[in-house]
Design a protein around this ligand. Sequence first.
Ligand code: CP3
Length: 346
Amino acid sequence: MSDTPRFLAACRGERLDRPPLWLMRQAGRYMPEYQKVREAAGSFMNLCRTPDLCVEVTMQPIKRFGFDAAILFSDILVPAEAMGAEVEFVTGEGPKIRNPFRTEADLERFHSPDPREAAPYVFEAIRGIREVLGSETPLIGFVGAPFTLMCYMVEGGGSKNFEHTKELVLGRPELADKLIDLITTYSIEHAVAEIEAGAQAIQLFDTWAELLSPPAWRRFCLAPANRFFREVRARTSDAVPRIYFSKGGGAQLADLGEIESEVLSIDWRLDIGRAREALPGRVLQGNLDPLNLYAGPEATKRRTNEILAQTNGQQHVFNLGHGILPKTPHESVDALVEAVHNFRAE
Ligand code: CP3
């Protein structure tokens, strides 16, 4: 095997004895050591704004579970705040934005500043993480995908149907384009600054892509994601793999191959064998159901082995199909790690 870290080798499609493993939201509330730091920090945004604490919580899952990649501890709403959103996390209710984007006039209130000045703590955290992270464990940087960020900025928080957002994209698409362009412009700068600070891969989180019909998905998810991926690539190194995660991406399976990223991260509802057939030659990331871990270590091991058998661990980054959930038992995470580590490709 080459000296390239396992995660980066997999993103490049190199042949491996077993796939790398990391989990979306791997630093978080299911870990008691995270809870401790989180309580001491006061608010969640304060945690995101304190580089030393971000370094500490980023490292917690690496130390405890030995994952093959670390992911920067931050949030997709940190860029929203940098752009002018008033972000707050209300316990039990999730994120709230007190000044949502609703009309043309709101374009005056949101802007694309230099991320290094608007959110310097993010890049300081990245430099700090790289200092303590071993050379075999790459650091993944991320931003929210333009459409997913727009959902929060327009709605003002989480929502079941994102009614305001859908009214905007379906009823006033030209205004929606303007907001998407602004978010994409800022996100490109933010991601470039993350890579300059030391992020070795970049993931776009398109959690709410599943809300859109095919033509709206092409306009508000595919097109801005590709602008993002192209411009980030033009301004950074070819050695930085790009990952697109979308929840519900299976509904767009015929078009998903047009996303210009090295890696496509799929959720648990899409059969990974079917994804492989539809997306030949692409590296896939995923796709264990996060709730499978609630069913215990045996059930976790069983399903993990099925997925591994389908990919033979090739062109595959093992992950969940969405973020790990707060009540996940550690025995299930241990079982997942063990199953992936014990796997040997044929
Ligand atoms: O993956 C990681 O470990 C890195 C850190 C990370 C967080 N959020 C930390 C976090 C990442 C990559 C995110 C991404 C994120 N944030 C997404 C996209 C991925 C996804 O899960 O869909 C979204 C939609 C958000 C917005 C967000 N942040 C929500 C809806 C919430 C509250 C509800 C919830 O599920 O936790 C957050 C808060 C948040 N972000 C927490 C963590 C660890 C928990 C807050 C706390 O500790 O009180």
